[in-house]
Design a binder for this molecule. Structure first.
Ligand code: ADP
Length: 271
């Protein structure tokens, strides 16, 4: 029933209650608005930070693309110029990197502004793990890295967004493979814990220095280690992982030792 449809006695009763509680209600309303304003200011500051870091990240490949296009347009007619294929290769790599940065920036922006809804359903984690490991086979073969999967037989289904969860597994496994030397093994384990399910991705790769460990989930963070810097990447994969896991009511953490390897774990509440 709308306000207009209310019977006169109901309206009077509401007014009487309203009059009695006016001051307390107003104070509560002011407090609510204050909290809302603080939250909006926080989100706004975050957006500004993203924007300035994103602009900086985009300028690196754009500057390279501009320089190589200029070099090509100055030299393409010169018969002694033989670096055309090499320059085109750089252009292809840098533009692919640009697209990856833009895609991931858009994804994290959609996730944090909640315009991408979390669509929950009952997810069979065992099946999802199997599908992800099959889809990663070409990357594993290319990098000569083995994947060892151990999933608890009693793993329950969880209430989650399947596509987002797949993204979490792919980002963590992709890093584990990317930052491991050839010939190593990456381990993926899923186990049942009290009230939650815990997934672990462990590698025996380059590891993360202690001073960098607390920054790995920051957007656009990439290690100063040159073995890692030369791999493709945007520094957004783990920020996406953290956002998705937290949106599911879970948490993610990391332990690592330089040259010994890294273990990422995340937990998700049981359905
Ligand atoms: P990207 O992989 O695109 O660079 P991420 O956000 O996924 O971005 O990771 C951020 C950084 O954290 C990486 O660049 C790397 O320095 C570090 N990192 C992440 N996973 C690992 C890992 N398994 N081993 C070593 N370093 C890692």
């Amino acid at each position: 029933m709308t306000k207009r449809e209310r019977k006169p006695q109901q309206q009077n009763a509401a007014l009487a209650v309203g009059e009695k509680t006016t001051t307390a209600d107003a104070a509560r309303e002011v407090e609510r608005l204050r909290e809302e304003l603080a939250e909006l200011e926080r989100v706004n500051r975050l957006k500004d930070q993203y924007l300035s870091v994103a602009a900086h990240e985009l300028s690196t490949p754009l500057t390279a693309i501009k320089a190589y296009v200029e070099a090509l347009s100055e030299n393409w007619a010169d018969p002694s110029f033989t670096q055309g294929p090499e320059f085109l290769g750089v252009l292809q790599r840098e533009s692919t990197r640009l697209i990856r940065i833009v895609d991931r920036t858009l994804q994290i922006s959609r996730l944090t502004s909640r315009s991408q809804m979390v669509r929950r359903s009952s997810v069979d984690l065992k099946r999802l793990v199997h599908e992800v490991s099959v889809s990663l086979r070409p990357v594993l073969q290319e990098r000569d890295v083995d994947l060892n999967v151990q999933v608890a037989a009693d793993l329950p289904s969880i209430d989650a967004d399947r596509d987002l969860l797949e993204q979490v597994l792919i980002n963590l496994l992709d890093n584990a493979v990317k930052f491991s030397p050839a010939g190593r093994t990456v381990h993926l384990q899923a186990r049942v814990r009290p009230n939650c399910v815990e997934v672990e991705v462990r590698d025996h790769g380059y590891g993360i220095a202690p001073e960098e460990l607390k920054r790995v989930f920051d957007p656009y963070f990439r290690s100063g280690d040159e073995r890692i810097g030369c791999e493709r990447g945007t520094g957004l994969g783990l920020a996406i992982v953290k956002t998705i896991v937290e949106q599911h009511g879970g948490r993610v953490w990391v332990v690592s030792e330089i040259d010994r390897g890294t273990t990422f774990r995340f937990s998700l509440p049981q359905a």
